[in-house]
Design a protein around this ligand. Structure first.
Ligand SMILES: [Zn+2]
Length: 172
């Protein structure tokens, strides 16, 4: 799959509703999950979402370990403070589980989504580091507990620049 700046993300109505519900119900925490679907030409069609837990919100030990691994104290403090609401991380075991779930289907993991509580649906510096190349990276902005907008991005190969992709909702 190429990282075309003209890529389209076609989000099915049910998948969009589920994503919005997940983002709102998790507020004020940041929630995350996988986009499951198929790639048809330039378009990535999302047929459903698969929520997974955000280790940053739920795994205090992981946050502490990673924070301690940073030698610079100031940076570590900043890291810990930001962790609870502005970071997300997916457990590789959950990722494997989802990959097994879709095995045998024509659908596969085509991207990631996460919410930005009280922040715009624009990638943070952390997001740009974390985003997978050649995968859609959708962000749902939730303001005061209510869904505001969904935007999707793709990381440019070999860098941390994120290009926005067009979202369509034509699939039922
Ligand atoms: Zn983010």
């Amino acid at each position: 799959m190429s990282c075309s700046s003209r890529s389209l993300l076609d989000v099915g109505r049910q998948a969009l509703d589920d994503l919005i519900r997940h983002a709102e119900s998790g507020y004020p925490e940041e929630v995350c999950g996988f986009l499951i679907g198929v790639v048809v030409g330039e378009a990535t069609r999302v047929t459903r979402i698969r929520p997974v837990r955000n280790m940053w919100s739920e795994d205090g030990v992981l946050v502490q370990d990673l924070t301690e691994a940073l030698s610079d104290t100031d940076r570590a403090m900043e890291f810990a403070a930001a962790a609870a609401t502005t970071r997300f991380a997916i457990d590789p075991r959950e990722q494997l589980k989802v990959m097994r779930e879709v095995r045998g289907e024509s659908a596969r993991i085509v991207g990631l989504y996460h919410s930005h509580p009280d922040h715009p649906a624009v990638p943070s510096g952390w997001d740009a580091e974390f985003a997978w190349e050649a995968c859609s990276f959708a962000i749902a902005s939730v303001l005061g507990g209510s869904f505001a907008e969904l935007r999707s991005w793709r990381r440019v190969s070999g860098g941390t620049t994120m290009l926005e992709e067009t979202i369509l909702t034509t699939t039922p």
